[in-house]
Design a binder for this molecule. Structure first.
Ligand code: ATP
Length: 238
């Protein structure tokens, strides 16, 4: 099994407060892995440490076998890893097409490819956005804004995509549609690590689950085993 991502004994936090106390995590290449756990246990912090927006104080993070801990976020992105943060991160006053254009401009040209080609691809994959290219992003529904955030993340053709609470505040039908797109990313050979509160969809989609508790992995295993595991269930209940 080839690992796309491997965290070993990762410690990180904010100022003098340590949040991650030795996180170990393996994400096989081409899989969808769910990182679960109650509020405040360090899921977002783990994603930030991987994406390079937060430094680590100890431990190693490997992307395709190469160390990336404490590298700048732009350097990690250049190696093919992107984070879609919680809260969508689109520019509400810009149109959909301009949001896409800004993302395309900021990606390395060789990874992004020609603008027209990329726009055609996005339009074919996300017909809902194609029909709203001239609308401001702020006037889109929550689900459409999330789709736009996903498109923006895909501009550099990343190998590994991290999603933080993709489903936050969205209706179940919309979540289901977004998760179908994640399944497509896996079919395309990409690797996905997602932090998710929406257990039903996460467990249906994921190949492997980790449950984080108090800044360390408390349980890991097959999604089908999770609901029957008293340990995992206890942690997920908070
Ligand atoms: P949630 O679903 O609530 O976001 P989480 O598991 O993703 O939960 P984190 O966001 O990683 O948790 O937060 C872990 C701890 O770190 C919490 O106690 C939180 O208050 C703290 N924390 C998060 N961001 C910061 C920050 N920028 N500065 C200081 N403390 C922070």
């Amino acid at each position: 099994m080839t690992l796309a991502l491997e965290l070993s004994g990762v410690h990180a936090g904010y100022g003098r407060i340590e949040v991650l106390h030795g996180v170990d995590l393996e994400v096989p290449a081409g899989s969808v892995v769910a990182l679960l756990g109650p509020n405040g246990v360090g899921k977002t912090t783990t994603l930030r440490a991987i994406a390079g927006t937060l430094g680590v104080t100890a431990g190693t993070i490997r992307l395709d076998g190469r160390r990336i801990e404490n590298r700048r976020a732009s350097a990690v992105a250049a190696r093919g890893l992107v984070l879609v943060p919680e809260g969508r991160g689109v520019f509400p006053s810009l149109t959909v097409v301009d949001n896409l254009r800004v993302a395309h401009h900021s990606a390395p040209p060789e990874a992004a490819g020609p603008w027209e080609l990329w726009l055609d691809e996005i339009s074919a994959t996300f017909p809902r956005l194609r029909d709203r290219l001239g609308q401001t992003a702020g006037s889109l529904s929550g689900g459409e804004q999330q789709m736009l955030a996903v498109c923006r993340a895909l501009v550099g053709d990343p190998k590994v995509v991290l999603f933080d609470e993709l489903s936050m505040g969205l209706a179940p039908l919309v979540v289901s549609e977004l998760f179908e797109h994640i399944a497509t990313l896996r079919e395309q050979g990409r690797t996905v690590l997602l932090v998710e509160q929406y257990l039903t969809y996460a467990l249906e989609l994921a190949d492997l689950c980790y449950v984080l508790a108090k800044g360390a992995v408390a349980w890991q295993g097959d999604p089908s085993e999770l609901r029957h595991s008293p340990t995992a269930s206890a942690y997920l209940a908070g």
